[in-house]
Design a protein around this ligand. Structure first.
Ligand code: MN
Length: 479
């Protein structure tokens, strides 16, 4: 089935009439530029940009983003120049189109250093305008949805690139819906047999859990409504790749109880905790599996309360309790700000990214520190894409660090200005030296002294995060 521009128009009723005319103008321009071009599916090329814009319209993206999405392949694939786009549509749209074009052109080179340089460029386009990444993710998503028309070699290459680069990018900006769909599409092409086995497994598990889940859903709705908490309770099923990863983690296909969960959506944060109390009054929780990501959001700003309880028919069921806003941020990530702040969403997104998303700061530091592209990519892999350890400060703030991090990393992370005065630390009340390797759930209380002269060269070998390395080097050079 071919997605039409009329369908896109139906989706953008949230725009003003002026903004709609801009989208129509961009469509007419792109359609005439791509005239006669066909996709590998045999459909007119314009169906692709329409679909990319359609994906972004479901985030209620602004008119410039939608126009740029419609125009995103014009400069690369037709005779139109960027200057013409700038004259016709203004600088903001031209910058978006240029950003997406540059990212797309880089995919076709494959020498190792080019690959690293490309990765760096793609990763760093966050810094200028995150909307470029959102358009690029929508572009990749539509290409992955229509990957069956490509030849097998291209399919595999695209699927690998999607797993290695676009899935983590979507994760960083919290765009969970795009991330999970990309994962499943790539997984399907990379490991078709395991993919279909996992689909069968999921269907069986869903079938078995359905009576208990339905019963619990109805019960929670009834209970919240009778307590005057307006609510929506949805059933959420993990994506295929997520289930596959969980099976690998558990080493078993049985007992994946977080495969299906209930999502309890209320209006206010306070009501999340009221709902939690009510649910625990009705179903016994498994204490070890309780997580409060509202007080302690994940580093990609995911927030929600997770509690796993003994549900009806002895089924173990996970509940995720959140507000509507949290739910929106969970599915769209930074893209949620199109909806949450209609005015000036571009700048608000950039501000949010800078202030709250941990990877943004880490990436910026890595980019400023590692000149060589290979070193840059290797550090990104270690510090950002690799496994993490989660520990607590003395006041209970949860801190995320790369696996193998030390007390010294922790000290530079939580208080870079005082870290060079560190003597040792108490880890869960026990004294440890600064090279101690952190373990999940450690509670760390740093001991400082004013009589020390600051860092020495050995400290460089004890730290893993770039910000710590930079700070130590800076202090060594000053002393
Ligand atoms: Mn494209």
């Amino acid at each position: 089935m071919s997605y039409t521009f009329e369908m896109l128009l139906d989706k953008i009723n949230y725009l003003s009439n002026n903004d709609k005319s801009l989208v129509v103008k961009a469509y007419a321009f792109a359609k005439s530029a791509h005239y006669h071009q066909l996709r590998e599916s045999g459909e007119p090329y314009i169906t692709h940009p329409i679909n990319v814009a359609g994906i972004l319209a479901s985030f209620e993206a602004d008119a410039n983003t939608l126009a740029a999405a419609l125009l995103h392949d014009v400069v690369e694939d037709t005779k139109t120049s960027l200057e013409e786009i700038r004259e016709e549509f203004g600088n903001d749209i031209a910058i978006l189109v240029d950003g997406v074009t540059k990212l797309t052109m880089m995919e076709y080179k494959n020498k190792e250093d080019n690959k690293n340089a490309n990765l760096r460029k793609i990763i760093m386009s966050f810094r200028s305008d995150v909307r470029i990444i959102l358009i690029k993710l929508a572009d990749r998503l539509h290409n992955m949805r229509t990957l069956q028309y490509k030849d097998p070699v291209k399919r595999r290459r695209k699927a690998l690139e999607t797993m290695d680069l676009y899935v983590p990018l979507a994760y960083f900006i919290g765009a969970y819906d795009i991330k999970t769909e990309l994962e499943d599409l790539a997984f399907q092409y990379l490991m078709p047999q395991i993919y279909y086995e996992t689909v069968a497994l999921k269907e069986e598990a869903v079938y078995k859990a359905t009576p208990a889940i339905n019963e619990m859903q109805a019960e929670i709705e009834r209970m919240l409504t009778s307590s005057q908490i307006s609510n929506e309770v949805k059933i959420k099923i993990k994506n295929i790749y997520g289930i596959h990863k969980r099976i690998l983690e558990l080493g078993s296909k049985n007992d994946i109880h977080d495969l299906i969960s209930l999502r309890i959506i209320v209006d206010e944060i306070m009501e999340c905790y009221l709902a939690l109390g009510l649910i625990h009054g009705l179903y016994r929780p498994i204490n070890e599996e309780f997580k409060d990501y509202i007080s302690n959001p994940k580093t990609n700003m995911y927030s929600s309360i997770h509690t796993t309880v003994f549900g009806p028919h002895s089924k173990i069921i996970q509940n995720q309790i959140r507000t509507k806003e949290m739910d929106l941020i969970d599915s769209a990530g930074i893209g949620a700000y199109f909806k949450l702040s209609k005015k000036d969403s571009k700048n608000i997104m950039q501000e949010e990214l800078k202030e709250k998303y941990q990877f943004y700061k880490s990436l910026t530091e890595i980019d400023d520190t590692y000149f060589d592209n290979k070193d840059f990519v290797s550090q990104v892999n270690k510090e950002i894409l690799g496994k993490k350890v989660y520990v607590y400060t003395a006041t209970g703030v949860s801190i995320e660090l790369p696996e193998d991090s030390t007390i010294l990393d922790f000290a530079y992370k939580v208080d870079p200005e005082n870290a060079d005065k560190i003597v040792c630390a108490y880890v869960n009340e026990k004294e440890e030296n600064i090279g101690y390797k952190l373990k999940n759930m450690d509670r760390i209380n740093i001991v400082y002294s004013n009589n020390l002269t600051g860092p020495n060269k050995e400290w460089l070998d004890m730290v893993h995060i770039t910000s710590a390395k930079r700070k130590i080097l800076e202090n060594l050079n000053n002393n």
